[in-house]
Write a protein that binds this ligand. Sequence first.
Ligand code: SF4
Length: 458
Amino acid sequence: MEQTVEIKSKININPSRVGKKYYVKTFGCQMNVHDSEKIAGMFELDGMIKANSEDNADVLFINTCTIRENADDKLYGTLGQLKQWKSKQTDRKLLVGGCAAQKDKTLVRDRAPWVDVVLGTHNLTNIINLLNQSEDWGPLTEVVDEIEQMPTDAPSIRESESSAWLTIQIGCNNSCTFCIVPSVRGPEISRRPGDIINEAKLLVDTGVKEITLLGQNVNSYGRDLKIDNKSSPYFANLLRQLNEIDGLQRIRFTSPHPKDFKEETIFAVRDLDKVCNQIHVPLQSGSSKLLSKMHRGYNKERFIQKIDMIKSIIPDVSLTTDIIVGFPGETDEDFSDTMDIVNYAEFDSIYMFQFSPRPGTAAYDMEEDFVNKEMITKRFQYLKDKQTDISSRRLKRFIGTSQSVLIENTSKKSDNIFTGKINSGQITHIDKTGVSVGDLVNVNIVDSTPFYLKAEKI
Ligand code: SF4
């Protein structure tokens, strides 16, 4: 475990914290979830143990987000409530990191002076040293603009034993006008392929069956690496190398950018047995006018060409997408362009968002074009209803087929049911008898609901 040794050598462990309890609270995307796994890994390297909840924690880390609706209000509301948490035990430590901390910097402690440490997205591997400094010298804010160390080098404490995130790239070189990521996560930096392969092998050695490659723009992976000639399809090559790993069963990736999908990647998805038959193609809007205003780098026609290209190579692929309803300036005609693509592409599922302005983004300043809230809600509901019909119909194609399901956890609907995913990503429910979390189970799909499949073990 070379990675652990490397980080440990840079941490000054404080013996007085050994045995203390930590808790990590995460807001936001998969990148934050995975960063939180790294934070937990470093806390445990420091000798702390995980608490069941913040109530019995000595050290609490809040991993913040700026993407979700009202993220600022939620963050400062949460920090307001934690003033009391802190005052209940004088030696408690409250740490705040993530995208909102990177954006707000010293403002976090201005608004919540009971916070002990504020750190940004670029220096999270320094968390233990910053905690030590705060104990010696008092509260501090350290947010830097340049990456100090790839967070990928830190050890992780994962939530799941059979599935793991694997960061292949951090940052983003695009400038989508609704997105804060480029300003809080910096430009794209790809990890060396050898590091990624080594980490994947280590994960498999610890029982991981499925890895999800993680990055803000995964399919542009490798453009900044000087390892091959520039025409080399880096991402497809990475998939090929990962596919060779013995014991690894499934490879997924998120999130790609439509403009960066090359045929080689789609062929790799089709031909590599471990790469799952699922592609996320984030549309955002079907209107060429709005796509230009969003700086997405494609228009309606180009997006349709990408969908056609993908479906011509893998006709039975599962497609998913992201859509923002009510981006500034969206007219009925623009929304109808979005619905054209929804009807044409027949996505398996859609992550839908109602536009809300996020401070620090270009769209925040498009106030004169903001769409009224009622209209956004109405369009959102229309899209949701339409997509429920499409998803429901798409799920039915699996009835009568044999699939393998990776069992994830107990269903919220029943204590007797496990939930997991088939290869192409659809949520599947199965009776618990003879099955355990982490199993890859061969099943027959016997039924479907609008939102998930029902399976029986073969
Ligand atoms: S591609 Fe656009 S939406 Fe995605 S992280 Fe980069 S700027 Fe944000």
